[in-house]
Design a protein. Sequence first.
Length: 711
Amino acid sequence: MLDAVTPGRSEAQPAGTDGAAGLEGTEGRVRPVIEDVQPVVDDGRFPAKRELGDEVVVEADVFADGHDETACELRWRHEDAPGWQSVTMSALDNDRWRSSFVVSELGTYLFCIQAAVDRFATWRRDLARRIEADQNVAVELLVGAGLLEHIAARAHRSDRRLLADTADRLRSSSPATAAGTAAIVELLGAPDLVAAASRYPDPETTVCSSDFSVTVDRSRARFGSWYEMFPRSASPLAGQHGTLLDAASRLPYVSSLGFDVLYLPPIHPIGVTNRKGRDGAPSKSRDDPGSPWAIGSAAGGHTAVHPDLGTVADVARLVEAAGELGMEVALDLALQCSPDHPWVAEHPDWFRSLPDGTIRYAENPPKRYEDIYPIDFDTADWQSLWEEIERVVRFWISHGIKIFRVDNPHTKPLRFWEWLISSVRSDHTDVIFLSEAFTRPKLMHRLAKLGFTQSYTYFTWRTSKWELESYLRELHTPPVSDFLRPNLWPNTPDILTEQLQTGGRATFMSRLVLAATLASSYGIYGPAYELQESRPRSSGSEEYLHSEKYELRHWDIDDPKSLSPFITTVNQARRDNPALQHDRNLEFHGVDNEQLVVYSRRWTGAHSDRTRTRPEANTVLVVVNLDPLYTQSGWVDLDLTQLGLDESAPYTVCDAFTGSRYEWRGSRNYVSLDPSIVPAHIFRVEPPGQGGEPQTKDPRNTDPRSKDPAR
């Protein structure tokens, strides 16, 4: 372990280039090179992301010219801590080094890598070679004594005495006999001596990388099951406007399904001017409630609650009721206004005026939203606008909201989001921002880098095996996995994909399994998904017919066709298996059928606190039939190393849907999935000695016909 060197001398500091004058500030004895440090996002411009309790694994290429040994140390500290902690890095192959540290506080951690040429370790290595070659090493012992004396001059008291005493013994040693040589080898190999000598590199020849950062969020940033619900449709009576208290009454049901985040679309007053009718029609009847995203009326704006929903105090009651069930409430943050929003009259310069004096309404050609004015972030009064939006966010935080789903953040300035999120999290490190940015990859990535905790993804439209495998590999692999946490949604109130329109019950089931097991966070637009709502507004549209965005809906959650038992089973598997609660751990496996996708998630306790007993590894294997019509079967070809299994030993797989247990052996095993029953397996993989006895030893018999959890 290196010590007594203050981080800060960067290997990247420029050296002079023109003659003697250019050598000022250059230390010619600094020889190590530090490259390709990970996890680092955009050369350190943005922090990497991790969660509370994670073990942050740091790697780097570290080397020097010549044949000298190199010593590497990882240093880290929380941004509020006064001093650095350190640990020696271990050498891997090809000049790659690795070590890790555990993050135990929310906020930002800094880390760096320090390297030095280790002359004493080099001398020990070469001395051993000389002794093995039966060479005279008397002079070499004097060289080693001198090296130890130089190190002792920099050492702390206890180490100084050990190093100096060893130097004295080397000077008086006699390597002339075999016994004398053996004594020298034993002396120099003592662990306490090796550790003491490595703690004090020469500060004039030591190099330190730049400081890099890691943002640490609470575990909900990594793992959560989201359920979206319109509270105005939560009334137990059909045709009656629901309230926030009705939504609170629905919480035990949502919790029983296994969800832990209740996400509410905007709950604010809805404008009257240009209010949309059913299915977004430009004309409306007197009873049409309008779109919740047309925010603002005479009753208030972004800090008000729609009078028919209740009051701000009811929001706090809903949050409290959710907390009693171990759940949280997420609010929609939609930065747009109806023509009736108070901001329109108070700050007309926050909106873009047209030459005819009217304000431009929202458009996404060919879509037109006459009931919504977009905010003009190019206003000269941008600073007041930014501060007002921050006030809105802090207002809801003060009433218990800690999660915000942000509507279309890619249509607002990136610098605004970086400022807002940083400002809010400076004193509310537990607040989570979910980016609803279905946009170009680089823009989506930038939003994640500059502070959004989670991100919507393209999963919604990834349907083929090749698309799923290539895209999810990207999401689970650096560099993307170091800054973007995916939240997978098979549907939203805006998106009813063609696959859900035509695939029937089996597609709803398979897409749920994929979303819930390919990433640690996922969500559904709840009642519509449970009841397999699949009617589009028109051919070729992804909009729902009778869209809940424009009218009250009454959902019969007791309908026998509901997928609620199936959803409950999937969410229970997520809670029972830590492997499904961590990302950056996805592996796809081979199978001889393109209609089957096979993947595993493995957790080894690497993210647990190292001061506790490390739990047993947990491995989940998922097989999904992508064909909604026909039974598909095949031989899976598993990478047993990735699964932590021995090629020669049998192992058991236990299916979450049926509870059936099967004994498998080797890498090739047979599966068959009938989509009319259950189109997927979620297997917990149990090595020999874990779990109970398998119910069958026939590797072909994995058809769960004996029990149908979907009905």
